[in-house]
Design a protein around this ligand. Structure first.
Ligand code: MCN
Ligand code: MOS
Length: 764
């Protein structure tokens, strides 16, 4: 597969190295219909699976009457709860696996409304859909906890591992001359990727091929292999193009087990397309959170204490913490600190990771609270943040590898015109529009992982770059071509990148904003080895034209290999390959540490999260940083809120492709605007059903909601963070946007909204 655009569409070749502003190679294919998505894969003899989801929030399925469904035209198979599909539980993300436990993807125990309880497989989608409607299910209902404000939900449980403490926060708070305390809340939120979920599953004997959009082909292949007790290599996940994931496509879900099991039972390929409404419960979105933050400070705004207590909802059957204190211990210098997070089980699907999990709601609380403190002590909110600037990581005590948050605040503020802000709420207006200016900061950790790559230099001088890593729109194809082009000294036009297939070399998850750093590192290492091999052959092979030049070193640039002196021999790589009589020079390398080069090391690194290094694993504390500046206009009569202007400054280290990184930042910011003003999963209090489970009712920002957004990079290369000096880009953009908007709304109106989304009713 060649995902490259014609030369004419890509600007000049000098852009083709790291740091160049190339457009995404897959962009044209995606918008012209040239990209084949998983569910569009043409596969002969497809049968169609349709999920039946529970209509109660808690209880048991006591009877499934499939007679009517079975008699309907085209029905091939009905799967009911507790049918033994022969599956075993798979490992968790870290590779821990329960011993020999059966796995029932359809369970008679109902833990949430919308849980898959049956499935119908038919000759056509229409027939399966109709037959699914005819499955009669009898439930025994139990009392359910619909949301985490229900008194029955209780306080849940404290997660000790997430507690952070130093100094004596309660005493220091009590002794502080200025104290503020408030509760902040965020609702359930959903990924709503434009490409919904699903898969096509096909068996050949005990080999399983799956076309499924995936943020992590290797990790998901492992799960499927473990469910079926197959060797890892028997499962192949193919996912070259993905229409957005935002955290929701990194795991195999129950519907994947259902489709693959049905395909095995029927002996023919099965397609299962999760419908848009079903996506709201086929996997979890961002959990609802609440948090109380108390800040103790001097009259001059210097912090003495932070006391933070937060909670997030989780499922009754599994835990996923949306950690409200994920950002709190990192942002400001403070001598006394205490944070705890609780999990409250309710009858929901297990929540999941959604762009910047934890950091996002955490920053909403802390950065709103800092604005409240700024007003309590009458100090400009930017100035307050600078007064409390953390010169090293207050939690680990380690020095920052790089932290250009001061520069982000200063340069972002300058670009925005912050110095022209008048401090008092309701002091700026444009006719009937109240104007508010707000600021907030964000952060996301640098996670490091190993990956692997394969490079082929071909006879015509073109180069294949091959990895099982994925591109869901972030730009992986493009930055890998740039990395290989730079190292190999070939024009980016002659590079073909192939991704998105678990049978290709191993890669970490496109999650935690770590893929770009990991996989550019692997491609850089592999390309360097390929280049060395090419030069070695050119110098030493008997058939090489360079043998007679007496050169002991050669350079490679613009697709040519040359003796580095004026008038020295210079030939194209293609001509050298012909002279050498070689069809291909192939190199495969990984970035695993020495001690982990064996098969176990590979399995752990590519198929689990067990080898991932956190931000303080080494001597430094490593994170991306940002500062957002927002202008809102609030209509004084109607209370409507528009974001009219934004400037955001980022420290993400070195940027591999500024055009793509800027697009990532803007994408995150747009999701943040959406979160601040629109997004809110609404649950029917009678039965736990997600009411607004479609794109008509679950509101997300559209073009008309989005103002001009200026983004600025203030980063410098951070070589502790990654081989090329970049830090993560994909998630940090959303962090801090919602509080910046809430702070701007306070400045405009004098009204502090502490519960997202900031809808006009909350301004009354
Ligand atoms: N980049 C760069 N310079 C850097 C780091 C990154 O230019 N120093 C650019 C590159 O174009 C790279 C991209 O930013 O491809 C993202 O890199 P990185 O921050 O490493 O993130 P990942 O590749 O691991 O991608 C995952 C990340 C996450 S976790 C979510 S959630 C998210 C995101 O990316 N989901 C996305 N961005 C998304 N973008 C799109 N279009 N769709 C999604 O679902
Ligand atoms: Mo991103 S939520 O880590 O896939």
């Amino acid at each position: 597969m060649n995902v490259m655009e014609p030369r004419s569409k890509r600007g000049n070749a000098s852009d083709g190295t790291i740091g160049g502003r190339l457009s995404r190679f897959d962009g044209r294919l995606k918008i012209t219909g040239g990209a084949t998505y998983a569910l569009e894969q043409p596969v002969a003899r497809l049968a169609y699976a349709v999920l039946v989801q529970s209509q109660i929030a808690a209880g048991r399925v006591i009877k499934v009457d499939a007679k009517r469904a079975q008699a309907a035209p085209g029905t091939l198979l009905v799967l009911a709860p507790d049918d033994d599909l022969g599956l075993k539980m798979a490992s968790d993300w870290y590779g821990n696996r329960p011993d020999n436990q059966p796995f029932y993807p359809l369970s008679s125990t109902v833990s949430f409304n919308g849980q898959a309880v049956a499935a119908v497989i038919g000759e056509t989608l229409e027939q399966a859909t109709e037959a699914a409607r005819l499955v009669d299910i009898v439930y025994e209902e139990a009392s359910a906890i619909i949301d985490f404000d229900d008194p029955k939900a209780g306080d849940g449980k404290t997660l000790d591992a997430l507690a952070v403490t130093w100094g004596d926060a309660q005493a220091a708070l009590a002794a502080s001359p200025v104290r503020i305390e408030a509760e902040y809340r965020t609702p359930r939120e959903y990924h709503v990727t434009i490409e919904p979920h699903g898969l096509i599953a096909q068996w050949h004997g005990d080999k399983l091929t799956i076309w499924e959009p995936s943020q992590w082909t290797h990790g998901m292949a492992r799960t499927y292999a473990e469910w079926y007790g197959l060797p890892y290599d028997n499962v192949r996940i193919i996912s070259p193009f993905i229409g957005g994931g935002f955290g929701s496509k990194a795991t195999a879900y129950a519907y994947g087990a259902i489709a693959t099991a049905a395909a095995r039972k029927l002996g023919r390929p099965v397609k299962l397309a999760v419908t848009r409404p079903q996506t709201f419960t086929a996997y979890g979105g961002r959990a609802e959170t609440r948090q109380t933050i108390a800040l103790g400070a001097n009259a001059d705004g210097v912090l003495h204490s932070i006391v933070h207590r937060g909670a997030s909802e989780t499922a009754t059957y599994a835990d996923f913490p949306e950690q409200t204190n994920a950002a709190t211990p990192l942002m400001y210098a403070v001598e006394n600190f205490s944070a705890k997070h609780r999990l409250v089980p309710v009858n929901t699907v297990m929540p999941g990771a959604l762009r910047a999990p934890g950091k996002n709601p955490s920053a909403f609380g802390l950065e709103s609270a800092m604005d409240e403190l700024a007003y309590a002590v009458s100090i400009d909110p930017v100035e307050l943040r600078l007064r409390n600037y953390a010169e090293r990581d207050p939690q680990s005590g380690k020095p920052w590898s790089t932290r250009r948050l001061r520069e982000a605040l200063c340069e972002g503020g300058d670009a925005f015109g912050w110095s022209r802000r008048s401090f008092a709420p309701r002091s700026m207006r444009d006719g009937r529009q109240l104007i508010g200016w707000g600021v907030a900061c964000g952060t996301f950790p640098v996670l490091r992982a190993s990956s692997e790559a394969l490079i082929r230099i071909l006879a015509d001088g073109s180069v294949d770059v091959v990895s099982g890593a994925i591109d869901m729109g972030q730009g992986t194809y493009t930055i890998l071509a740039q990395t290989a082009a730079e190292v190999l000294g070939v024009p980016v036009e002659s590079i073909n990148v192939r991704l998105g297939d678990s049978s290709l070399p191993g890669a970490t998850v496109a999650g935690g904003s770590m893929l770009a750093g990991a996989i550019t590192g692997a491609v850089h290492k592999t390309a360097s080895a390929a280049r060395d091999e090419l030069i070695e052959l050119a110098l030493n092979d008997g058939a090489s034209p360079f043998r007679d030049t007496g050169a002991n070193t050669l350079t490679v640039a613009d697709g040519r290999i040359s003796v580095p002196r004026d008038g020295g021999l210079s030939i194209s790589i293609a001509d050298l390959m012909t002279a050498l009589g070689r069809d291909v020079i192939e190199t495969r390398r990984n970035t695993l540490p020495e001690g982990e080069q064996g098969p176990d090391g590979h399995t752990k690194a590519w198929t689990t999260m067990g080898s991932i290094q956190g931000p303080t694993a080494g001597e430094f504390s490593m994170h991306s940083w940002c500062a957002h500046f927002v202008e809102v206009k609030v209509d004084e009569d109607f209370g409507t809120i528009r974001v009219s202007r934004m400037v955001s400054a980022f420290d993400c280290g070195r940027i591999y492709n500024p055009k793509l990184a800027e697009s990532q930042w803007r994408g995150g910011i747009i999701m943040g605007i959406s979160q601040a003003l629109l997004e809110e999963g609404l649950v029917d209090q009678r039965n736990g059903r997600v009411i607004n489970n479609n794109l008509g009712d679950y509101l997300v920002a559209t073009n008309a909601d989005i103002p001009p957004i200026q983004v600025i990079s203030v980063g410098i290369p951070d070589l502790n963070a990654s081989v090329l000096g970049g830090k993560g880009v994909g998630e940090v953009g959303i962090v801090g946007v919602a509080p910046a908007i809430a702070n701007a709304v306070f400045h405009a109106t004098g009204k502090r909204v502490r519960h997202l989304p900031i809808t006009l009713d909350k301004l009354l």
